[in-house]
Design a binder for this molecule. Structure first.
Ligand SMILES: [Zn+2]
Length: 441
């Protein structure tokens, strides 16, 4: 069996996750539900896109077929009840799920699936951004961030910092382990994200010490402490800069002449670049010098979009187009990661239970892991791609998969995807299956 089929198919990915979980140290448990079974069940909730844990529980309790598919497709020996799953997952540390992300990433590298993500002199573009995942005035846990309002009420919330490898030309972002933003990270949104970013980047460099990386982020991140941390970790950056946050820098740019370059496409779109080298970042960090790219896109109707980025990369006419596109690929984490999780069937903002300690963060990690499994298949598996194409919109595809696990026992994910995507090549149904179809008819 080839490497890609062995490690980057649904079976391979889920088996890697299972093995990664087995390598973690969990407190000994006498329960019939092993830690792997609890975590894989949580993953199955998101893999099969159940809208709630209760729905998952009801379905499983009502229909033994679902349990059989969980066994064959996810390798779950005993599926815990929803209450049991919540209790157990609350005790898992979010870091204990990192190994799964790292292992899959290594397999992607070894299987050469990431080669096409290289950009700008062999770098990988890492897009980082924060998003909210939970907010309540009542429900809370020891790790909730909280905010006191003027009316005396307190709201509790969880945010997370997401990170994904993106590419201007490829629509499939590859997520890395997200970093939960927890209590004590700071008083303002900026503080919180900044502190979580420190952990995320340190973890990233420890796990990927030699990966040539360019971080792309929005304007909130173009501050001295963050940029010098990236330098220290040997990570390049192309980060937005807004005039409001960088008054001194923009004033300085008015006093010097940069280089300009214009390119007009056959479609009529005009690209105007203006770039400068060795610009002081701000008043208090005059010795910290960056290169600045100001860019305006004017489409054929005269509509303009303006961007400014700071970077340490040397900018020239030869690479300015690529630098601009790398900077703009930042939105792929918003549009093609967070928005997909929120609106395309993953139910990102649903409450799957909060727990006393870690449940909220663990559920988010598992959702991101389910997303990673889907993304890798979209990248590497022909049968998956065909099934997705055949089913139409993403949501419809997920519904199809979920409805099929009630219908018959599938020997493998491969047969399930063939069933959806290549109806002419479907395996003959099992007796059980025929029985069910008759019952329905
Ligand atoms: Zn909480």
């Amino acid at each position: 069996m080839g490497f890609v089929r062995k490690f980057l198919s649904a079976e391979g990915l889920l088996s890697s996750i299972r093995k990664s979980i087995q390598r973690e140290n969990f407190s000994p448990c006498r329960s019939v539900y092993s830690w792997e079974d609890c975590i894989m069940s949580g993953l199955a909730v998101f893999g099969l896109k159940f809208p709630s844990l209760l729905q998952f529980e009801k379905t499983r309790a009502l229909d033994p077929m679902v349990g059989r598919n969980l066994r064959t497709l996810y390798g779950i020996k005993n599926t815990p009840s929803d209450t049991c799953m919540r209790e157990r997952l609350d005790q898992v540390q979010p870091e204990q799920l990192r190994r799964s992300f790292k292992t899959i990433f290594s397999h992607l590298q070894r299987g050469k699936a990431l080669e096409k993500y290289r950009y700008l002199d062999g770098h990988y573009i890492l897009s980082i951004d924060g998003t909210g995942q939970f907010s309540s005035e009542k429900v809370n846990c020891v790790n909730c961030c909280s905010k006191k309002h003027r009316n005396g009420k307190t709201s509790y919330y969880h945010h997370m910092l997401g990170a994904a490898i993106v590419h201007p030309d490829h629509k499939v972002p590859i997520p890395l382990a997200p970093e939960p933003i927890v209590k004590g990270d700071g008083d303002t949104k900026n503080d919180c994200e900044r502190n979580a970013a420190k952990r995320l980047l340190a973890d990233f460099r420890r796990e990927h010490p030699h990966l040539k990386t360019i971080v792309v982020e929005d304007g909130l991140s173009s501050n001295f402490p963050h940029l010098s941390l990236l330098d220290l970790l040997n990570i390049a950056y192309i980060i937005g800069a807004k005039p409001g946050d960088h008054k001194a820098m923009f004033k300085y740019l008015e006093t010097v002449s940069g280089e300009s370059y214009q390119k007009i496409e056959s479609s009529g779109t005009i690209h105007d670049y203006q770039f400068y080298h060795d610009v002081p970042l701000n008043e208090s960090n005059k010795d910290y010098l960056v290169n600045v790219l100001e860019y305006t896109e004017t489409n054929k109707n005269g509509v303009k979009k303006c961007f400014t980025w700071v970077t340490k990369l040397k900018i020239s006419k030869d690479n300015v187009y690529e630098i601009m596109r790398a900077g703009r690929s930042r939105w792929r984490i918003e549009n093609e990661t967070f928005n997909t999780l929120k609106n395309q069937g993953y139910n990102f903002e649903h409450n799957y239970g909060h727990g006393k300690e870690n449940l909220c963060s663990v559920m988010t990690m598992l959702m991101m892991l389910a997303f990673l499994v889907d993304q890798v298949q979209q990248l590497c598996s022909k049968t998956y791609q065909q099934a997705r194409k055949h089913a139409g919109p993403l949501k419809a595809f997920f519904e199809r998969v979920r409805s099929l696990v009630f219908l018959g026992e599938f020997k493998s994910w491969e047969t399930l995807f063939i069933y959806i995507g290549q109806p002419d090549q479907r395996a003959p149904p099992t007796e059980d299956w025929v029985f069910r179809l008759k019952q329905k008819a």
